[in-house]
Design a protein around this ligand. Sequence first.
Ligand code: FE
Length: 190
Amino acid sequence: MQNQKLLAFVQGLSRLLQSNPAEDIILKEGGGLLATLVAQDDWLPELFTQPHPQFYQQYLLYADPLDRFSIVSFVWGPGQKTPVHDHMTWGLIGMLRGQEIDTHYFRQADQTFRRGDSHILKPGDIGSVSPATHDVHEVANFYQDRVSISIHVYGGNIGRIQRHVFNPGTGESKDFVSGYSNNVVPNLWS
Ligand code: FE
């Protein structure tokens, strides 16, 4: 019962992607579907809300068998944050619990990055990334004393995509593959 909302989101996104829409349509309409999913914090199974004392956690909730999209629960422990990184595919962030700070970075002609504005995402808010316009960012838990959780959706199997972390001051990059923190996924079929 608790996974009905996630199943409805998987179905809605699958229908949306069936017609191969342009990326701006995916971000707009997919963002609307994600907003519905995170409108209420009453569906994410306990197992996928657990923080780690040292590292932010990335729990895979669902991966499309054709690699058209994946859905991940990001769990931020107090004060945890990502390095500056890219995605190599479109992405949507839906804030479920707590708050996070999303800061975009923009590559300059000399290969270093300019730090853009920071946006605070509150429960129900939607953010995005896109290789076409704003693929590089840094995300941090807004809180130093409590957990925050956001639901991320990407246009591929994000845990397996080779992507990059950056030193924004020098523009240097390092390859990385994020993987996932969990060995089991929610049962959408029970
Ligand atoms: Fe990211």
